[in-house]
Write a protein that binds this ligand. Sequence first.
Ligand SMILES: [Zn+2]
Length: 419
Amino acid sequence: MKTQLIDRFFRYAKLDTQSAEGVTDRYPSTEKQKDLGRLLVEELKAMGLTDAKMDPYGYVMATLPSNLTEAQLNKVPVIGLIAHVDTSPEISGANVQPVLHPHYNGSDIILPADPTQILRAADNPALQDHIGDDIITSDGTTLLGADDKAGIAEIMTALQYLVSHPEIKHGALRIAFTPDEEVGAGTKYFDVAEFGADFAYTIDGENMGEIEDESFNAMLAVFTVNGINVHPGYAKGKLVNAVRIMADLIAQLKTDPAPETTEKREGYLHPYAIEGGVEKCTLKVLIRDFTDQGMETKSMRLHQIRDSIAALYPRAVIELEIKEQYKNMKVKLDENPRVVEFALRAVEQAGMKPRRQQIRGGTDGSRLCFMGLLTPNIFTGGHNFHGRLEWIAVQAMEKATRTIIELVKIWTADSLKTV
Ligand SMILES: [Zn+2]
């Protein structure tokens, strides 16, 4: 299994599948993501998943048919397994050269093509769990792309295992490899009905043993300050400077919780982009919280700031628009606790201590849950995503693959037992 995982992962990692931010006139955001999609369709077909295909948006879908009897078949739900093909736009994903460091001895790892890139044992406590294991990094000039090519390699290897072990009985499995996850559009054209799974799992998390069943609630707030521009030489009593007003507005946020001052279950307000001049200035603020109550309070707080600044500058027009981005998937997952419980049990059966974790962000699952498909997130074993120091242990990939296989077994056993 290890050799298969390494082979597959290296093959996928070497393909440049970086997605691009801010692309609105085409989907996926970059055509090169389909290179990996095409390869995966071929490999799925070669494995016997004959219906494998990629649609014009770049979604790859395939079925591993059930090997149960007709009578058993309708008792076992169709389970979906999902991973994304793209890598983060933040760091180059071109010409990725994965490097295998066998039998890790616990020291720092210097990345060969850029010795300034050092994976330090002190900064990466998880490395200590992998002494004696085989670590994969990039050569130091690019990201590695374990996010989420590790997830793809793990799903593919689990499929291969099930195909070559027909004694393991399972319901139908639906597979999806999706584009543009890293730019927040992974589910934009995802056809839940066509996918046809009853429940699904993304394989896109980090630490070994973690199942993520909760994400942030997310909204985007946009403040617009409309000032009045006049030639500055003749501006007395006339000019209304949107830049200065916006500076005052931002200063009001000084004591609110921020990403750099919060952790775990705390939410925040994050002013992250500003644009404009004297006549018009806009500010984008992310609102993040795990609870609806917290979202409400934070939105109200922004409205208060708007009102107080508007009162200070009556000649300016100050607008605030708040839009929903995604919601905490936990409310949906709680409707059917088995979906997460089985994943935790699978982790245990694969020989790890299972841990429930909340994501301080979103995942494709947060949207899928609200599109009618319950989808928690399973670990891949990768670390330091979206950076040049990204790494993964082959043994962690093996554990993730085992978790998928155990999960399939649990769904079969439990569904047949309860009837
Ligand atoms: Zn990912």
